[in-house]
Design a protein around this ligand. Structure first.
Ligand code: C2E
Ligand code: MG
Ligand code: MG
Length: 395
């Protein structure tokens, strides 16, 4: 098939056997696809070359994949289970998406050539890398015996949350970490937005929730005396807008039953401002499941204060920029506001003894920050629990 030849989505020709399906082994693919898109494309160069290259890179594997799907779906290779059929349908719909993208690139070369800068291509590549990292992490969390968690690119770190009056650990915030084999450690500030743009955040978020709940479940068994230990998991607005988010949470909790009120979900202010009905319904259902809801980075998202009255929230997390800039008047005002709504307060980003002292004097109950501990891997975090560590919160 010529690179720019148009592709029929309806699979008019179903190959009669596997021989007919264009196949590309890894070696052939390596030979055929030697071109590194990000290194060799001269975006300002010849538009026709660029389009042919992109078109070829997409169509060659698509031809093979869709031929194979068509053959499998035709039943010529034998009966396929219902689950297998479902997987084929998902594969088919993903192939359709790529075919549509290819058609778009071919039909609109001028625009595409202008849009695809080196940075765009690197971002696309990063999105692809993230897709396989998330798929592998999710497989390992659902069937650890087949896919052990070692050598996974994604992992969770846990930052202790401290009760300021005593210095005891009340819980942990789970924070995703990604070690990309090509580029090394990539910050969540970079990969979470990519995950949100590509909708990968739904599976990444599910993996984070499963892993964090599994970890808390383990710690609750191992350290029964620390029965009030909590786990906070960051949740994106995109996840919250998914109608099946609640059933996913229920499935995770069925696998890893937790003590009541020990799971907390952190949501940023902007999510609440969007005022989507499905989000509001999901928040209410999460509350009904005994999950506490935190507003993350509070004070930066311009939330209308009236939303605080309407929503079933439990805790305001005061944004770390206010602590860094030591805006004590503002922090105190936020604490009064929280108190008037019977909300708890956690101060984020506490880095100095002075900041911890001031927060304690203002009556702030909980805090987290590098002064006490940075986010830790699960082994180091468990050691803090085993040693019943209490942090010094004032001089
Ligand atoms: P966040 O939820 O507000 O998390 C707190 C961030 O502040 C973390 O950055 C943490 O490492 C950092 N931090 C903690 N103490 C200090 C301190 O004393 N000083 C300073 N300067 N920073 C401190 P991190 O891990 O890079 O995460 C950044 C953001 O990425 C998080 O902000 C959260 O919004 C998002 N994120 C991380 N993991 C996930 C996840 O699993 N799902 C989703 N949806 N978002 C995530
Ligand atoms: Mg957070
Ligand atoms: Mg925060």
């Amino acid at each position: 098939m010529e690179p720019s030849q148009s592709f029929n989505l309806g699979y008019p020709h179903i190959p009669t056997d596997w021989e007919e399906v264009p196949q590309f082994s890894d070696d052939e693919a390596a030979e055929d696809h030697k071109i590194d898109l990000t290194e060799n494309l001269d975006v300002s160069g010849n538009t026709d070359d660029l389009i042919s290259l992109i078109s070829h890179e997409l169509r060659t594997p698509l031809t093979s994949i869709s031929g194979a799907i068509g053959l499998l779906m035709s039943g010529k290779l034998g009966e396929i289970s219902t689950q297998g059929q479902r997987m084929l349908e998902i594969a088919l719909s993903n192939t359709d998406r790529l075919v549509r993208l290819t058609n778009m690139i071919e039909s609109n070369p001028e625009t595409q050539a202008k849009i695809l800068t080196m940075q765009d291509l690197e971002r696309l590549r990063l999105g692809n890398d993230l897709r396989s990292a998330v798929a592998s992490a999710l497989r390992s969390s659902t069937s650890p015996e087949i896919n052990p968690s070692e050598n996974q690119e994604l992992e969770l770190n846990y930052q202790p949350i401290i009760f300021l009056p005593t210095g005891a650990i009340t819980g942990f915030e789970a924070l995703a970490r990604w070690c990309n084999p090509r580029l090394g450690i990539i910050s969540p500030a970079e990969f979470i937005p990519i995950a949100e743009e590509t909708k990968l955040i739904n599976s990444l978020g599910l993996w984070a929730l499963r892993t964090a709940c599994q970890q808390l479940h383990e710690w609750q068994q191992e350290f029964p005396r620390q029965s009030s230990l909590s786990m906070s998991v960051n949740v994106s607005g995109i996840q919250l807008a998914e109608p099946d988010f609640i059933s996913q949470v229920q499935l995770v909790l069925a696998d890893y039953p937790l003590l009541p009120n020990s799971l907390r979900l952190e949501i940023t202010e902007s999510v609440l401002m969007e005022n989507k009905q499905v989000v509001l319904d999901n928040l209410k259902q999460l509350k009904a499941l005994g999950i506490k809801l935190y507003i993350d980075d509070f004070g930066t998202g311009y939330s209308s204060l009236s939303r605080l009255y309407e929503l079933p929230l439990d805790v305001l997390k005061i944004d770390q920029s206010f602590i860094r800039e030591e805006k004590w008047d503002l922090i105190y005002t936020l604490m009064l506001l929280a108190q008037s709504q019977r909300l708890g307060v956690i101060a984020e980003g506490v880095e100095t003894k002075d900041q911890s002292n001031c927060l304690k004097n203002l009556g702030c109950a909980e805090a987290q920050g590098y002064l006490f501990s940075e986010p830790l891997n699960k082994i180091t975090a468990a050691k803090l629990l085993a040693d019943k560590v209490e942090f010094i919160t004032s001089q």
